[in-house]
Design a binder for this molecule. Structure first.
Ligand code: NDP
Length: 385
């Protein structure tokens, strides 16, 4: 292996993937870009490959193989296609860290392959931990693999824990900006339309993520991820509304002391730290100025109104495949809401119905998760009909 840190980016054409490529390009003497992948977006994959010159590219959609390989034929770049190739390329001896930035349940299989190949993981693909946290963290432990969180909230907790190896966590606080319907009562939520839910999301480009933020499901998923990343019980995780989005996460230790990580919201920072840990590299990212933010506020998150958050804590208690069901069901119902087939509050009601209908498998293997995901999607689709 070369002196440099070999990096594979799964999902390089996405929002996280592209930012990671910028970071890698900014430190050429430290990183060695080995692999980039995309699902269908061949044009962008080709463009990124020509710009960043990885050793290997993978396009999952096999119909696009010809296009990608012809565009790169003159380059010293290996081109592969298909789902299986994703799992095979991460095994290369030149790769030190795999950044899993694929969106959705499809990220689970290559994440597991990278862990089995004993690669360090910079984890953005939230579904790997939400749906299959027990399996992923167990395999990471067995293979001596560290999982470095990419999401800003988990990175915040992780950064607070640096240097605290022997100090148990009493509690963590995950912050949430509150979304467009903060302060709404249950009846008020019933009237939320698709347009209102989407229009209010200023910075979220992905409609699914915008709805998950508005229903607090996204924060619920983050609580599930935090459970697995930091080995916590549900009562050790609290969600607080912090509208300013400057404090990203807080750890409270057993002596009562609290450490918070804060700064301007900028995904480049947690992505970079997941790749450079334990080092911090100098950046020119915008700096925080207290005078621009003279007030911070914190308030209780309303678990009665935002039932998805409560549901997330209940699936942590249930364990096994319960969270996998919630992840899959929520996916179906959010898309049904976006297609105006169900109401905003139905998302949480229906999620709960699917979770309650499921017989939890307590020590699931990979196939159990795959089957549970399929079962939950099928059950959820039938409920809508
Ligand atoms: P994007 O939708 O922007 O990008 C997703 C990437 O995954 C693309 O490269 C896409 O390829 C690829 N992809 C999609 N489907 C498949 C599939 N079936 N098989 C293989 N590759 C696939 O997502 P984001 O970058 O926003 O998010 C990635 C992950 O990180 C998600 O799990 C998200 O929840 C999490 N995350 C994102 C944050 C953010 O700020 N964006 C913050 C914290 C976590 P193609 O372009 O060809 O479709």
């Amino acid at each position: 292996m070369s002196e440099k840190k070999g990096i594979a980016i799964l999902g390089a054409t996405g929002s996280i993937g592209k930012k990671a490529l910028e970071i890698i390009a900014a430190y050429p003497s430290y990183f060695d870009l080995q692999v980039i992948t995309a699902n269908k977006n061949a044009d962008l994959l080709i463009q990124l490959a020509l710009l960043h010159k990885p050793n290997t590219v993978v396009i999952v959609d096999e119909n696009q193989y010809k296009k990608v390989s012809e565009a790169l034929w003159n380059e010293d770049i290996h081109v592969y296609a298909g789902k299986d190739a994703l799992c095979q390329v991460v095994e290369s001896g030149e790769i030190h860290t795999v950044l899993t930035a694929i969106v959705g349940f499809s990220g689970l299989e290559p994440t597991i392959a990278a862990i089995r190949a004993k690669k360090q993981i910079a984890l953005a693909n939230k579904e790997s931990l939400v749906a299959a946290g027990e399996l992923v963290t167990r395999l990471a432990k067995e293979n001596g693999v560290n999982i470095y969180p990419v999401a800003s909230e988990h990175s915040a907790i992780f950064q607070c824990l640096v240097g605290e190896t022997y100090n148990p966590i009493e509690k963590i606080y995950l912050t949430i900006a509150g979304g467009p319907f903060r302060g709404f009562s249950g009846p008020q939520l019933k009237n939320v339309t698709r347009q209102a839910a989407l229009a209010s999301s200023k910075s979220v480009l992905d409609p699914k993520l915008a709805i998950d933020s508005a229903t607090f499901m996204n924060k619920g998923f983050e609580a599930i991820e935090a459970k697995w990343l930091f080995n916590l019980k549900p009562k050790q995780i609290e969600v607080v509304v912090h509208q300013q989005s400057i404090v990203h996460g807080i750890v409270q230790f057993e002596d009562g002391s609290m450490k918070a990580q804060m700064g301007l919201s900028d995904m480049r920072l947690p992505i970079q730290f997941s790749l450079t840990y334990p080092d911090r590299f100098q950046t020119d990212f915008p700096r925080f100025n207290f005078m621009d933010h003279p007030e911070f506020s914190f308030e209780k998150a309303d678990l009665e109104v935002f039932k998805n958050l409560n549901l997330a804590f209940s699936v942590i208690e249930k364990g096994g495949t319960a969270a996998c069901v919630l992840n899959a069901a929520n996916d179906v119902f959010v898309h049904a809401f976006l297609n105006e087939k169900i109401s905003f509050v139905d998302i949480a009601h229906f999620n709960e119905a699917v979770v309650n209908a499921h017989s939890v498998i307590l020590k699931p293997g990979y196939e159990d998760y795959v089957n549970t995901d399929l079962w939950a999607r099928d059950y959820a689709s039938n409920l809508i009909q």
